[in-house]
Design a protein around this ligand. Structure first.
Ligand code: BES
Ligand code: MN
Ligand code: ZN
Length: 503
């Protein structure tokens, strides 16, 4: 037999290429150095229809000898037959059929991509033919490709030797056209995630409120209307809380507004905390935690990334991102603990602790969103409290709302994209009474994440509102699943999924 190893399934399909570098979408013939990924469902036999009989039984025997059980994410390297096109075979366990959902497939795609990078694979054929779970074969393949692409993205601008080799993937699927369609929808979301990640990973001295505003301006080419308010303009509108926090740095605060109007319905406002560096101000942070505070603008980054994703998707949604940008620094002009700031809403705020600055910038940003856009729903997202991290860690963000419907929509959306939310209570407004002003910016007792949320509630008015505290979710110190180290882009997939599926 001249060719014992043919791969008819793959050869026959027009293959979806989830090539990892955008420019590299086509197959680069690389004879004898390809990797074959064979996927196997738990309890089922190794799919061997593509192999000649004897090779097939040899592979099955090797898998059995290695006690490979096909549990989800498990892998087994097998020698490729000598006269095949492949240098190796990687068997990947898919787990049980009912584990085949979007979130798991993206995670698997990320982890297998990392494995293939370690193996220095560059051309990879993956077979998903005849496999279906909770989602159909096309979606399952697209999610795997999505996970691989998400995992591949890295922020390398400060690294000397950051040449990455692209991996070209070719997928054998039941319906290549449907798979390609499903993937192209996800590719738009990826662009939003990459933007949010890069903005978050960038160091604070290169990502000031002005730099962030310039990055937002870039979205104009996708039909997004971008408005930037300077400190002078903020003052004029009475936005003394945002302007006040901005006074700690020479750049001053900015309000960045990015409006993508893909429908005529009342807008949905996404409000993001954009502290480009949080030193704590005069209530200065001590210890190691300060070093990660370039990521304190990740809420704003999630908002901008989501607006970009919606614009690229040409989604039929009317979404406005309102981002309150400032650097919380120590300086001659910075606010002092005990100062009173006036919000545009009309409430005065005693700044008992300058490190509780996120709620200050959000208060005026939420006011602006309501005043100028009359949104049907307002969602704010912020790296708001250390208390949130202590309460639920970083496998969840915390969600606060009196609107059960919205909480369940976000809970469902989070499960689809591996960005899970966990509900925490509101209800501590009375802990914010101040002796000198209308309210103060920290609670006299009460759980920190909740007093922060209760503070924000003053500025939600009667608008349907959800607060998401994503402290701890913004910056990853190790890679996992579809998320690489550095800025995670957390929130873009959650908000996009929610907008696309429920709005
Ligand atoms: N940006 C921090 C919250 C944070 C902590 C984000 C850890 C990510 C990781 C926020 O501005 C802050 O400093 N919050 C204080 C509030 C306190 C002074 C009431 C906190 O949570 O300690
Ligand atoms: Mn702070
Ligand atoms: Zn902060």
């Amino acid at each position: 037999m001249s060719r014992i190893f043919t791969l008819n399934a793959i050869a026959a399909a027009t293959l979806l290429s989830a090539s990892v570098h955008a420019a590299d979408f086509s197959f680069k013939g690389h004879s004898g150095a390809k990797t074959l990924v064979v996927t196997q469902i738990k309890g089922q036999a190794l799919p061997t229809t593509a192999f000649a009989e004897q090779t097939a039984s040899q592979l099955s025997k090797a898998a059995a000898a290695a006690r490979f059980d096909a549990s989800q994410g498990s892998t087994l390297e097998l020698l490729a037959p000598v006269d095949s096109d492949y240098e190796r075979i990687l068997v990947v366990g898919l787990g049980e059929k009912d584990e085949l959902n979007a979130a798991n497939m993206a995670k698997l795609g990320g982890n297998i991509h990392a494995k293939l990078q370690t193996l220095k694979a560059d051309v990879v054929d993956v077979s998903f033919a005849n496999i279906e779970g909770q989602i159909n074969n096309a979606q399952l393949t697209a999610q795997f490709a999505h996970g691989a692409n998400l995992r591949d993205h890295s922020f390398d601008v400060y690294k000397k030797d950051a040449v990455k080799t692209a991996i070209s993937y070719h997928f054998a699927v039941d319906d290549a056209q449907r798979a390609a369609q499903a993937y192209s929808a996800l590719a738009h979301i990826e662009q939003g995630v990459f933007l949010a990640r890069d903005l978050t990973s960038e160091v604070a001295s290169e990502m000031t409120p002005v730099d962030f505003a310039n990055a937002a301006k870039e979205l104009e080419k996708y039909g997004v209307e971008v408005t930037i308010l300077t400190p002078k303009e903020l003052k004029k509108l009475g936005m003394g809380a945002l302007e006040g926090v901005g006074r700690g740095s020479e750049h001053g605060a900015r309000l960045v507004v990015a409006h993508y109007k893909g429908s005529d319905s009342a807008p949905i406002a996404l409000v993001g905390k954009g502290i480009t560096f949080d030193s704590g101000g005069y209530s200065i942070k001590t210890g190691a935690s300060i070093a990660r505070m370039k990521s304190d603008m990740a809420g704003a980054a999630a908002v901008l990334g989501t607006v970009k994703a919606m614009a690229l998707s040409k989604a039929e949604v009317n979404v406005v991102g309102v981002m309150g940008m400032a650097a919380n620094m120590v300086s001659q002009t910075a606010i002092a603990p005990g100062d009173v700031l006036r919000t545009a809403e009309g409430l005065s705020v005693e700044v008992v602790n300058t490190d509780a600055e996120g709620r200050l910038v959000l208060s005026d940003s939420m006011w602006y969103a309501r005043e100028y856009f009359k949104p049907q729903i307002m969602v704010d997202i912020a790296t708001l409290t250390g208390s949130k991290v202590r309460a639920v860690g970083n496998r969840y963000s915390a969600i606060f709302s009196e609107d059960d419907q919205l909480v369940s929509e976000f809970t469902a959306a989070g499960k689809v994209v591996n960005e899970n939310v966990w509900r925490l209570p509101l209800g501590y407004k009375d802990m914010l009474k101040s002796d000198i002003a209308d309210i103060k910016n920290i609670g006299s007792g009460g759980p920190g994440a909740t007093t922060a949320a209760s503070f924000l509630q003053h500025f939600a008015g009667d608008t349907r509102w959800v607060h998401i505290d994503m402290a701890g979710n913004a910056l990853a110190s190790s890679a996992k699943g579809e998320v690489n180290v550095g800025g995670t882009g957390y929130g873009v997939r959650l908000l996009s999924e929610w907008l696309l599926k429920t709005k």
